[in-house]
Design a protein around this ligand. Structure first.
Ligand code: GDP
Ligand code: MN
Length: 376
């Protein structure tokens, strides 16, 4: 679950990380009043659950309250990466000397968290990661010991931070780690962490992504979910109990079981295709769930063929077939669909689908190849 910038900042501040003073507004008038309270020189920032807001015109500095109101009105009418802006954060503007990247996430290969820092912070950290990865310093963190002071110092020295800021930097790094652990986050990021003209460190932007599976331990954090601000697909998938992850390819995949879904993606790749998504409809998926899954996959314009791979155990193939048929009544299926059904009630499932315009396959390899051919 992604948190908004202002929510992330509040959590970081509770662990001692300095953040700018500010408040959230839902209208230009409110933004103006907040800006006036803050003394006029503010930055107005779109609160949407995506990055790259700066480049999309969602971050603007104002010299007085009137201008802040004007910026807020503009930003509140924006759509950023398909999401409408419903709120803005109005904060005291920082005068920035330099921008640092500081983040922590899980390194699955190393089986432990890793803290990363770079002197090339700001809006282009992805570019740094792609072009000059050596400029991103890493410290792996022992999950039992937590981050040690010397590791934070290694990062500070590695990014050539002046020594006068080390103590403060260590404090921020430890606070970030503490927040990451306390909230069961999968990502905690400050980008940029800035050195201000007053020679202080300040978290100017923050992002927390929480582990959905750990939310039951954090009822207070679960309440922070902003359903209105989530991407339509994400909310819809969750509502129907589907695990859906959008990817960059063109073969839409609908599978039951996470392992089988991974296997299906691997086979698609093996035969030279690119999966458009990971989608696990779960065990015992009902027709209604299948219909929702199809709607989500087919909404993606890049999808050129659909591959349905069902291994019926608890999930019954006939039920899935009914779901597919129901969805076809409801959504216009504009791409070829390849179906492989195996297991419980497969004959009944195949019989139901025989009348419709589907390509059938008996093995997964055959299904993947047929889907790739159909997409060409
Ligand atoms: P993002 O584009 O979604 O990552 O949004 P950020 O909050 O990181 O803002 C993008 C950029 O705007 C930052 O890297 C800064 O360069 C700039 N920015 C953000 N807040 C301030 C501020 O208070 N003062 C100044 N001068 N620049 C800011
Ligand atoms: Mn940022």
């Amino acid at each position: 679950m992604k948190l908004h910038e202002h929510q992330s900042k509040t959590l970081l501040a509770s662990n001692g990380i300095p953040i700018p003073r500010g408040q959230v507004a839902a209208s230009a008038r409110q933004a103006r009043a907040i800006a006036r309270d803050l003394g006029g020189r503010v930055v107005v920032k779109a609160q949407v659950l995506v990055g790259g807001r700066g480049k999309a015109g969602g971050v603007k500095t104002a010299v007085n309250a009137r201008e802040a109101g004007k910026h807020a009105a503009e930003i509140l009418s924006l759509r950023i990466a398909g999401l409408t802006v419903q709120k803005v954060l109005v904060e005291e503007a920082a005068v920035i000397r330099s921008e640092i990247y500081l983040g922590i996430t899980n390194d699955r290969a190393a089986r432990r968290p890793v803290m990363m820092a770079s002197a090339g912070g700001g809006v282009d950290i992805e570019q740094v990661a792609a072009q000059t990865p050596e400029e991103i310093l890493r410290e792996h963190i022992d999950p039992f010991l937590g981050i040690r002071g010397f590791q934070a110092r290694n990062l500070a020295s590695g990014i050539d931070l002046p020594r006068s800021h080390w103590q403060e930097f260590i404090h921020v790094a430890l606070g970030l780690h503490q927040t990451f652990v306390q909230t069961d986050a999968t990502l905690a990021e400050i980008n940029p962490l800035v050195v201000t003209d007053e020679e202080n460190l300040l978290a100017v932007d923050a992002k927390l992504v929480l582990d959905e599976n750990a939310l039951l331990r954090h009822p207070d954090l679960a309440e922070l979910r902003d359903v209105d601000a989530e991407a339509g697909d994400e909310a819809e998938a969750r509502e129907h109990g589907l695990s859906h992850v959008a990817l960059d390819g063109y073969i839409g995949c609908m599978v039951n079981g996470a392992g089988l879904a991974m296997g299906t993606m691997d086979i698609v790749k093996h035969f030279g295709g690119e999966p458009a998504n990971f989608l696990d409809i779960g065990g015992g998926a009902s027709a209604e769930k299948v219909a929702a899954a199809l709607r989500i996959i087919l909404r993606d314009n890049r999808v050129r063929a659909l591959l349905i791979n069902i291994f019926g155990g608890i999930t019954r193939c006939d039920e899935v077939a009914r779901g597919v048929l129901a969805a076809m009544d409801e959504v216009e299926v504009r791409v070829p669909m390849v179906v492989r059904l195996a297991g419980t009630n497969e004959e009944e499932g195949r019989r139901l689908l025989a009348e419709s315009d589907l390509i059938t396959a008996s093995s997964l390899a055959e299904a993947a190849q047929k889907a790739i051919t159909a997409a060409a």
